[in-house]
Design a protein around this ligand. Sequence first.
Ligand SMILES: Cc1cc2nc3c(=O)[nH]c(=O)nc-3n(C[C@H](O)[C@H](O)[C@H](O)COP(=O)(O)OP(=O)(O)OC[C@H]3O[C@@H](n4cnc5c(N)ncnc54)[C@H](O)[C@@H]3O)c2cc1C
Length: 528
Amino acid sequence: MKRWNGWGNVAMDYPVPPTAEAYLVDFLGRLDPRPDATFESVIESVPSSRLPAHPLVDVSAGTRLTHARGQSTPDWVALRSGRIPVFPDGVAFPRSEEQVRELLEFAKRIGVKVIPYGGGSSVVGHINPLVSDAPVLTLSLEKMTRLLALDEIGQTAVFEAGVTGPELEHSLASHGYTLGHFPQSHEYSTLGGWIATRSSGQQSYYYGRIEPLFAGGHMETPRGPIELPHFPASAAGPDVKEMVLGSEGRMGVISSARVRISHTPDAQDFYGVFFPSWEQGVEAVRQIAQERVPVSLLRLSSPQETETTLILSGKPWIGLAERGLRMIGFGNTRCLLIFGATGTAAHVRRTRAMAAAICRRQSGLFVGTVVGHTWEKSRFYSPYLRNTLWARGVVVDTLETALPWSQVLEASRTIPASIATAMDGLDEKVLAFAHLSHVYRDGASVYTTFLFRRPADPDELLVRWQAMKQTASRKIQDLGGTITHQHGVGIDHAPYLPAEKGPLGMDAIRAVCSSFDPDGMMNPGKLF
Ligand SMILES: Cc1cc2nc3c(=O)[nH]c(=O)nc-3n(C[C@H](O)[C@H](O)[C@H](O)COP(=O)(O)OP(=O)(O)OC[C@H]3O[C@@H](n4cnc5c(N)ncnc54)[C@H](O)[C@@H]3O)c2cc1C
């Protein structure tokens, strides 16, 4: 069962290793964990629904509560303090495209706002109902998970859009295929959500982000259905498919999508390389990208992130490895690269050799597969640590951008630093660090994680979070980075979008959305 006020399955836990807790107390100061509101108490605050009865709509308080918020820090504060200002008036669970259409017609007829809902894993407020005079209907695709067609000759598959990562991969694996789209939220996020937010997977370097994987589909809009036909390529003017990517539920409900698939790889492995300095690590990954070495994953952690993640992993061999690294001159500035190779056995061997050779040119120490396998085992598990850290009194959040290579070094230093300075006035410490999560020929994604003490008062927590988020977002824009490389816009990034798109660009986005949704009934307040 999914957690109602945190990440993941209730049956899974990631205990904070005692060494990690000591490290955090040392850095942040004494922790002051407080209990959260209980499900039973929060459910009492769900008001009565404003929706008339409909056979596909569940208006029970429990269902409305579990679909009220996503996974951002403000969402967690609301859920865990029990102060949720707005709930959806009902949640619909259609089982077909026709039922999606019926629900949109129902909503249109009686003036209801509609929020398409995939896995609810948004970290920027995408699925939150906002205060509105009109009732709000959350439309969950949870029951639409079927594989509708498989074209083995063309290597494409059509799925209903509510399919989650594991369900989709399971269906394809039985035919010998994979989509290869593995965001860290894979366990719960859905195909429709990936398309609507332009998501990026951990192995996007090899398989591609969701944009090139999305080959067509079907969307139900307030003005009726639209088919997004599949062509290998097309020069027939602007591509409507491109407009649907990143539409964040503002144009309609993506009910099914055709995706480009690959054969399940024969071989795959993940390797670790330590560099004496961040600069050398960054230079190595830039060269790997620009020399077009066909790795499947590149993830380079800054020295601070390297230290923190090794400690948080709680692995018994870490202390020994640390001492060994220091003895051979890899001191406090060392940083860790994980790279992956995927394909045939020969391709994996060749790729590993090419990447390792470039790393050696930058004094990288290739350490084989131990660290890579540790990463692989926890690739979808590490978000569970956010639950246990919260319970110990520590808030964890992340933010991300992508910038040209000329800005990457500065961004990886100054974005985390800006977050820490936002708390200077309060004399509160913030543990902030970055990694390069995705690397391109012309730049990289700088992904920042920050940890801070949870104050007892939820309002105070929100004020602190807002100060950090705002400072970092302004810093990102000053550096010329995008406000988001993969998380999307939602509510939290909407104020920064006009600077990125320009007034004419914003007009065009609004105009496209309103051509599908003239009355503004789809997910109002998100994106713009
Ligand atoms: C622990 C964790 C790790 C994450 N890691 C990554 C990562 O590695 N890469 C990454 O890109 N993101 C990541 N995210 C962010 C999030 O998982 C993605 O944005 C994901 O694509 C959202 O998918 P979802 O199905 O959960 O969508 P939801 O959160 O349900 O919805 C997101 C938006 O998409 C719209 N939407 C959803 N389904 C449809 C549909 N069928 N039709 C129309 N609109 C729809 C919603 O209206 C909303 O605006 C992470 C989040 C968490 C909590």
